[in-house]
Each structure stands twice: as structure tokens, then as C-alpha cells.
Design a protein around this ligand. Structure first.
Ligand code: TXA
Ligand code: MG
Length: 304
């Protein structure tokens, strides 16, 4: 449970360089002191994450974020409008930012997010640390939206988990890079590209580089241990069918056809499907609008 005693224990552990799994409004994160190279190395080891894949640093507020990154007017507008909340900004790194080299994997930019979840906020404020935190799952696996998912992913190697129940948004934050000549959507998420384009008054620049920038953008990610088939309205008998709206399935992301509810249930449904006795997973088509864009992004990678 994430009561004040558990939060105090988490803070103590973080201050001595341990990793702790902490709930956010998107997914559970595997957090450590971003300024401590050994603690950051422990995140990479625990996740089995390739070290060229940089981490998101969590900050309590915009003022704290400015110690780590340079904010221009557009970046400040985005932070003002969407923080605290499920938006990560990729910005130029401050030259004297107190973060271990491995956090940014040597890039001249840093990914920052100010989370809204009260437990993550309490840990940030009580520790006074900047917390590097990727999703709390083994690299490439299904993201955790419940404390049980963290346990399932790490088994015996499990860190302390602050259990605050299911995450409200259920999909990782939207990642936006603010570049000199415009902005790019590096990962679709709960804040939609339309909302950002509307605020900044310009559409996103295409993300052309084959360059490895946001491995959440790798073709295969979020992957269950079984084959996944997409856009299936009628499953075959050895498939666990994840339904949506009027298509019932073995499990349903949202019987009402509500995309926000579907997003909140998605990773839990994939964990359940993975744990089921069926040999494969089939998923009903999900409308590609609003947060449905982010749901379909995750599903394509889960199926790849
Ligand atoms: O909702 C979230 O963002 C969750 C919670 C825990 O906050 N965190 C999360 O972290 O999803 P992770 O590590 O699973 O995804 C971070 C993504 C990766 O795809 C990484 O490549 C990208 O952010 N990233 C980090 N720093 C970057 C940078 N400087 N430039 C481009 N991409 C970056
Ligand atoms: Mg992840």
C-alpha cells in the first residue's frame, strides 16, 4: 500500500541509491535518483534495457524542470498547459544539469515529465530528487498499470512497489520533442497530437530519422509472450479474444465503446491474455481517433 509509511520507506531507499516502483497516472515507473550513476545503472540492469535507450526524468514542477532543460516559449506553453500530466517534453539539456550521463544516453537533449499522480508527487517532493523512471517492466514486455503487473514482470528480482491500485490513464505519456524548426511527436499518448498542434499553432514535423530516438517506437515492444493478431472481429478457438464495444470477446476493453476506458484497461487486458490458457491473442479493431491512435500504436508493436 502507498500510505505515508510506505512513501517514507521509498524515499529512504531512493536517497541511498535503490530503485523503487512508483505509480504514476500513466503506468508504474521504476524510479531511481537521476543524479546517481550507480542507481541509474541499476534501472538498466533491472529492466534488461539497452543502454542506448535514454530515460525520462520526473520533476515535481516546471521550476524544477528548468534546472535540467532549456525551455523556449513553446516548451513553456506546453508545460503550462499540460503539467502536471501525461506529457513528456524532449528539450535541450542544461549544460550543468545534475543527471548521470546514462540518463540521456549521451544525447544533447533530455526527456522531462511532471507527473500528476499524488504518490509520485509525494515521493518527488519528500526526496527532493529528480527521478529517472522508465516503465516498471522488463525491457520489451507489457507495461504495468497495476502493482501485480510489476511483480509478474520482475519475479524474484522485484523491487519495492508502492501499490496505489490501477493507473488512471493506462498508456505511457505522449512524448513531444521541441526542435528549433518545429515539434515532433515521438510517441502518441493520452495528450493527442491535435491538442498540441492546436496549442502551438502548427502541425508536427515528420519523424523521418531511422535514428534510434524513442525505442518505445521500436517495431516490437509491449510484447506478450504469445502471437497477437489485430483487427479480429471473430476469434478462432485457441485465441483469447480481447473485445471492444459490442464485440464481447473473452474480456472487453470498454463495453460502452469509451476509448479512455479502453486505454486504461489495455495493458491489464494484455497481461490477462498472456496469463490465460489460450495459445494466442486476438484483438478487436479499435477506432483510430483521439486516444485510440495511441492504443493502436501500442497494439501494432505488441503484434510485431
Ligand atoms: O508515462 C511514461 O512516460 C512512463 C512513466 C513511468 O512516467 N515512463 C515511460 O518511460 O514510459 P520509458 O522508458 O518506458 O519510455 C521512455 C521513452 C523511450 O522510448 C525513450 O527512448 C524516450 O522516452 N526518450 C528518453 N529520452 C529521450 C531523448 N532525449 N530523446 C528522445 N527520446 C527520449
Ligand atoms: Mg516502456
Amino acid at each position: 500500500m502507498a500510505d505515508s509509511a510506505a512513501i517514507a520507506e521509498a524515499v529512504e531507499r531512493l536517497l541511498v541509491g535503490d530503485v523503487v516502483a512508483i505509480p504514476t497516472e500513466t503506468v508504474y515507473g521504476l524510479a531511481a535518483d537521476a543524479s546517481n550513476a550507480e542507481a541509474v545503472a541499476q534501472i538498466y540492469r533491472t529492466k534488461g534495457r539497452p543502454d542506448f535507450n535514454p530515460l525520462i526524468v520526473h520533476v515535481p514542477d516546471h521550476a524544477a524542470a528548468e534546472r535540467l532543460a532549456q525551455f523556449d516559449d513553446r516548451a513553456s506553453m506546453l508545460a503550462f498547459r499540460f503539467w502536471p500530466g501525461p506529457l513528456t517534453l524532449v528539450l535541450p539539456l542544461q549544460p550543468d544539469a545534475p543527471v548521470a550521463k546514462a540518463v540521456t544516453a549521451g544525447l544533447p537533449t533530455i526527456a522531462l515529465r511532471c507527473p500528476a499522480h499524488p504518490v509520485m508527487q509525494a515521493v518527488l517532493r519528500q526526496s527532493g530528487l529528480f527521478l529517472a523512471a522508465p516503465s516498471a517492466n522488463r525491457s520489451g514486455g507489457i507495461s504495468p498499470t497495476r502493482a501485480e503487473h510489476v511483480a509478474r514482470s520482475f519475479g524474484d528480482a522485484m523491487p519495492l512497489v508502492l501499490d496505489a491500485g490501477p493507473c488512471a490513464a493506462g498508456l505511457e505519456s505522449t512524448i513531444v520533442a521541441v526542435r528549433e524548426n518545429g515539434w515532433q511527436l515521438l510517441r502518441p499518448g493520452p495528450v493527442t497530437a491535435d491538442e498540441i498542434a492546436h496549442l502551438l499553432g502548427e502541425p508536427p514535423l515528420p519523424v523521418t530519422e531511422a535514428k534510434f530516438e524513442a525505442p518505445g517506437q521500436l517495431a516490437s515492444h509491449y510484447a506478450p509472450s504469445k502471437p497477437v493478431r489485430l483487427n479480429v472481429t471473430e476469434a478462432v478457438s485457441d485465441e483469447w479474444h480481447i473485445g471492444y464495444g459490442g464485440i464481447a470477446g473473452d474480456d472487453n476493453l470498454s463495453t460502452e465503446g469509451d476509448l479512455a476506458e479502453a486505454a486504461a484497461h489495455l495493458f491489464d487486458a494484455l497481461h490477462k491474455a498472456d496469463a490465460s490458457a489460450k495459445k494466442a491473442i486476438a484483438i478487436t479493431p479499435i477506432p483510430d481517433e483521439g486516444i485510440g491512435v495511441a492504443i493502436n500504436d501500442r497494439l501494432r508493436r505488441a503484434a510485431a
